[in-house]
Write a protein that binds this ligand. Structure first.
Ligand code: 6PG
Length: 251
C-alpha cells in the first residue's frame, strides 16, 4: 500500500521535538482565520506533556491567541478530572491553568460518569458545537502512539476501528486500567491538521512500519490520515532510528 502524503520531521531529542511542535501549534493558531474559533483535540500520555508545558510558558503563553482556542480531547480515561491518569488533568496542570480562558472553551470528556455515559455526553457536546449536519472537523488534533500502535484510545484489533457513524465510543481496554472514551476514526480523519508526536526507541518499530513501509492497516496509528487535511509526523531520533535516509527526506 503506498504511503499517503505527509510531512515527516525528525529531531535530535524530545526537547527539540517539543519546541518544534510548539512552534507549529503557535503558527497554526496564529495564522488561522482571525475572529474564528480554533478547535484543538489533545491527547494524553507522556510524549505531549513537555509540549503542553512549553505552550503554557513564555513566550507561547503570551504569544498564542488562546482566546480563540477551544480545547477538546481525543480520548480520556474514566477517572475523576483531578486523577493522575486523567488526560484533562495533565493538560490542566501543564497548560490550561496557565491560560486565561472562558470556562466554555474547555470541553472535557466527563470520564467520571462512566464510559457509556461519558461517550454519549461528549458526542452530544460535539454535535452541539460543530452542528449535526456534518462530521466535526477539528482545526488540529494532537496524537501520540503506543508501542502497540494504538492512538487516542483506538487499540489494535478492536471493533472501534470499524466504526463509521459514531463520533465517540466507550472503550473497555483488554489490558488492565480504567475504561476509556475515544474519538472515532471518522472524526480523527476529518481534521484539518493532525500532528503525530513520537519519541523514544520503543516507538521505532511502529514509526518504521507506518512512516517508511506505508503500512496503514496494521496499527490504528497507521489508519490516521486526514481526508482533506494535513498530517505531520514529528519524531525524535530514537523513534525514527530505523527510518532510511529516503524516508527522512520526505519533509
Ligand atoms: C492516552 C493517549 C494515548 C497516547 C499513547 C502514547 O490517553 O493514553 O491519548 O493514545 O497518545 O498511549 O502515550 P505516551 O506518549 O505516554 O507514549
Amino acid at each position: 500500500m503506498t504511503a499517503a502524503a505527509f510531512d515527516l520531521r525528525v529531531f535530535p531529542g524530545p526537547e527539540a521535538l517539543s519546541h518544534a511542535a510548539a512552534d507549529l501549534v503557535n503558527s497554526l493558531v496564529y495564522n488561522s482565520q482571525p475572529g474564528k474559533k480554533f478547535t484543538v483535540a489533545l491527547s494524553g500520555g507522556s510524549t505531549p506533556r513537555p509540549l503542553y508545558s512549553i505552550l503554557g510558558s513564555s513566550p507561547y503563553r503570551d504569544a498564542v491567541p488562546w482566546q480563540r482556542v477551544h480545547f477538546f480531547w481525543a480520548d480520556e480515561r474514566c477517572v475523576p478530572p483531578d486523577h493522575s491518569e486523567s488526560n484533562y488533568n495533565m493538560a490542566r496542570e501543564t497548560l490550561l491553568s496557565r491560560l486565561t480562558l472562558p470556562e466554555d472553551h474547555i470541553h472535557r470528556i466527563r470520564g467520571e460518569a462512566g464510559a457509556v455515559t461519558a461517550a454519549a455526553l461528549y458526542e452530544k457536546e460535539l454535535i452541539n458545537f460543530f452542528g449535526a449536519d456534518e462530521t466535526p472537523r477539528f482545526d488540529l488534533i494532537l496524537l501520540g502512539t503506543g508501542n502497540d500502535g494504538h492512538t487516542a484510545s483506538l487499540f489494535p484489533g478492536t471493533a472501534a476501528l470499524e466504526e463509521k457513524v459514531r463520533l465517540v465510543l466507550p472503550v473497555h481496554p483488554e489490558s488492565t486500567g480504567p475504561d476509556r472514551v475515544t474519538l472515532t476514526l471518522p472524526v480523527l480523519n476529518n481534521a484539518a491538521h493532525i500532528i503525530f508526536l513520537a519519541a523514544g526507541s520503543e516507538k521505532s518499530g511502529v514509526v518504521y512500519d507506518i512512516v517508511e513501509q506505508g503500512n496503514r492497516k496494521k496499527y490504528p496509528a497507521g489508519m490516521i490520515h486526514p481526508i482533506h487535511g494535513r498530517l505531520t509526523w514529528m519524531v525524535d531520533r530514537e523513534a525514527g532510528a530505523t527510518l532510511s535516509r529516503f524516508a527522512v527526506s520526505i519533509r
